[in-house]
Design a binder for this molecule. Structure first.
Ligand code: BTN
Length: 251
């Protein structure tokens, strides 16, 4: 992947070490940071995943957070998770051997050949009259956590055969893939983005187990509704889920 310059939309702030790029960007949001502010760290000491999990953040992988001010209702802001996933998937697919399958796992993971390669942590805030969204992205470029330390088995771009990458070159590719899709989402709404995500959806039409806080739902992954909620068929009923961890049904 070429280390192409970033579009002027992005205002890059680079750090060697941060606790969490999301936390640093949240601090900058408190100082009225502008849309496109992009915080990158070589290493994070307190990287966060979804549901309060730890995101292991050693040098060699990519950790960044992007500030968007999408001028939408706060409930529509969650759709930006799918924007980030589709952009990461497109950028990752462009640097991998063609036989690797790049897919999106609801709600916020990018997989390569079924193994987690990137995760997204989206945090939305009401900032005065506006909605501000921090899109935090971690990509396993050079290495991945061992199976015993994660909920879902992982891999890295290096392990899957990508060569000559740096975290910065992967960042360029993601930013280039994200910006036009963000503009399109602002112009046209969620429908196109939803279709793009579904084209890469992992396990569509297959059996899934969804872990909720106090319940496990077993059914068939039917798709996404018009807001981005997961649709799971259970017998004749369709469950609409706004949160949860999805796993394949083991046969
Ligand atoms: C997940 O899969 O649970 C989401 C992981 C998100 C990790 C990224 S790394 C950059 C940004 N800063 C953080 O502390 N988390 C996100």
């Amino acid at each position: 992947m070429q280390e192409t310059p970033l579009d002027d939309f992005f205002c890059l702030i680079e750090h060697e070490v941060l606790g969490s790029t999301n936390d640093e960007l949240k601090r900058l949001l408190g100082r009225d940071a502008s849309e496109g502010t992009l915080v990158v760290a070589t290493q994070q000491t307190a990287g966060r995943g979804r549901q309060g999990r730890v995101w292991l953040s050693e040098p060699g992988n990519l950790f960044f957070s992007l500030l968007l001010r999408p001028r939408c209702r706060i409930d529509a802001a969650a759709q930006l998770t799918f924007l980030a996933a589709v952009a990461v998937a497109a950028a990752v697919a462009a640097v991998l051997p063609k036989d690797r399958e790049v897919s999106c796992k609801w709600p916020n993971d990018v997989l390569v050949n079924g193994l987690k390669t990137a995760g997204i942590l989206l945090e939305a805030f009401a900032d005065n009259e506006e909605v501000a969204v921090i899109v935090g992205v971690g990509v396993n470029v050079a290495h991945h956590p061992p199976a015993e330390e994660v909920l879902y088995p992982a891999t890295s771009l290096g392990r899957e055969g990508a060569t000559g990458l740096t975290p910065r070159s992967v960042l360029s590719g993601i930013c280039a893939a994200l910006l036009p899709r963000y503009r399109e989402w602002q112009r046209e709404g969620f429908a196109t983005l939803r279709a793009q995500w579904l084209e890469r959806a992992h396990g569509l039409g297959e059996g899934v187990v969804v872990h909720l806080d106090k319940e496990r739902i077993v059914g068939t992954f039917l798709g996404l509704d018009e807001r981005g909620a997961l649709l799971v068929q259970q017998g004749t009923a369709t469950r609409t889920l706004l949160a949860g961890d999805v796993f394949p049904v083991m046969t």
